[in-house]
Design a protein around this ligand. Sequence first.
Ligand code: MLT
Length: 265
Amino acid sequence: MSKILIRGLEFGYEAAGAGTPVVLLHGFPFNRTLWTEQIEALGPHHRVLAPDLRGHGETAATSAVATMEEMAQDVSELMEKLNFSRSAVCGLSMGGYVALALYRMFPLRVRALVLADSRATADTDEARANREAQAQQALREGMAPIADAMLPKLVSSGTMARNSEVGARVRKMIMNTNPEGAAAALRGMGQRRDQTRLLSRIVAPALILVGSEDVITPPPDSEFMHREIGGSRLEVIENAGHVSNLERPEQFNESLARFLRDLEV
Ligand code: MLT
C-alpha cells in the first residue's frame, strides 16, 4: 500500500503489475482490498491502480458529503498523478456510480468502462431517507450495526454456505471503515444524480457484470444499462450476490480479462 496527497487529503492506494492501465473502484463501505484477487490476476498484463476512495480504507475522511462527483474528481487527479491518465475503469456498486460520474466529467480518462453490480438510477426518496438513518447510526454506534444489516444482502446465501471466508472478509472491510467516512458516502450516494440519460451517450467500450443473486443491484438494473449503452457486453456471474468479484473470482476475472484483451485487438 502506498500513500499520496491529493486535493488536501491523504489517499491510500495499491498499484501493481505492468501493461495497459486499469483502475479498480471499490463499493461501499469497502476498500482497495476488495480487489486483491483481481490485482493478482490482471497483474501480468495490466498496470492496476486500486485506490481507497475518500473516507474508506487508508484514505482520510471528511465530514462533508462525499458526492460521487467529489470522488470522481479525486480519482481523476489520482489517475493524472500516478500516470493512469487514460485507463479502463472498473467500478463495483458505489465504484460504478463513481465510474459513471468520472465518465460524465472526464470522458477522455476512460478508455473503457466496466460496471459491476451497479446501476444508473438515483435513489428513491425512501432509499435516501434510509441512507440518512444509516449515516446517523454509523456516527452514533459505529460500523457493527451497519455490518450486521448489510452482510446478508451483500453476500449470497449460497456463497455463505460454500465459503464463510468471504463473509468474514466483507465484515472486516466494513468494520475497518471510518464511520465518518461511511456517513459522508451514504449521504453522497443519497444525493447522486440519475445517470440514465448518460448511458446512451457512452461511446467507450463497456462491460456490465452482475451476480445472478445480487439483491442490492439486481440483474434487471444491469440489463437496463446493457440495453442503453450501445455495443455493451453483459455477463452474469452465476451463483454470486452483490460482491460478485469476491464470491466468484475466477468467473469475474475471466470476464474482465477477456474484455480487456479484446480492447487490444
Ligand atoms: C455498494 O456496494 O457500493 C452499495 O451497497 C451501493 C448502494 O448502497 O447503493
